[in-house]
Design a protein around this ligand. Sequence first.
Ligand SMILES: [Mg+2]
Length: 285
Amino acid sequence: MEKLITYAKMEYQQQDPQSKYECLLFDVDDTLYPLSSGLSTQCTKNIREYMVNKLNIEETKVPEMCAQLYQDYGTTMAGLRALGYEFDHDDYHSFAHGRLPYEYLKPDPVLKTLLHSLPIKKVIFSNANEAHVAEVLHRLGLEDCFDDVICFETLNPKNEIPNPDSSKSAVTGDDDVSKRAVVLPESPVICKPFENAFEQAFKIAKIDPHKTLFFDDSIRNIQTAKLTGLTTVLVGSSQKKKGVDYALESIHNIREALPELWESVKKSKGGRYSRKVAIETHVEA
Ligand SMILES: [Mg+2]
């Protein structure tokens, strides 16, 4: 009988989903809702306007600069700060996000049901500001689906952002492009895709990256995520690339791509049940 109980316990432990994934970590923009909503296009427009109107950057240079900074730094804002532009972060966010046509986003009961059906800790990890994240979750009807939110203000508390360190500024060497050593100036803003942003998020939300699934639409974020030990899910494309463990066209495909999340939940209940049966059998014997 002792053997039977031991076996039942082992089976439970092997099938326990909690031992594989304890947390689901989600980006917000273009991940919880599709790029086709048009919200991100409007956001880019606002950022470009900010660069022209508030930072007096030459209009013809703005589109390319905006795209390059986004690619290099994760957010255009982080890139602008790295280049030495000084501006109030709240002012930037209200200009870029505060005027967005949030009515483009509609409630998503399908996603809500999917998230609620998984008894696993769920955390938001966004480079955007708190008000934007709250508004998006509100519009999608997902306010009650997450246990924690890591956003711009979490990683960049007010008055704690240092000015860019000029000693770490850009190093461009040779005029010959092929020989040029490009060292980007450091940004004082902490955000994805940089590893320190992930490390801080893990600490703040008490996340073990080796037991966490990370969802994001940015391949750069995914690739850093992979280095930190997270299991990665690229959202918005079904094409797998380096660093991508799973690739989903839409967040709605989470169940088809990762059925084990739900199967494990069932097995977990089954596991608990069979352990109980083993003990009861012992009592009856
Ligand atoms: Mg995104």
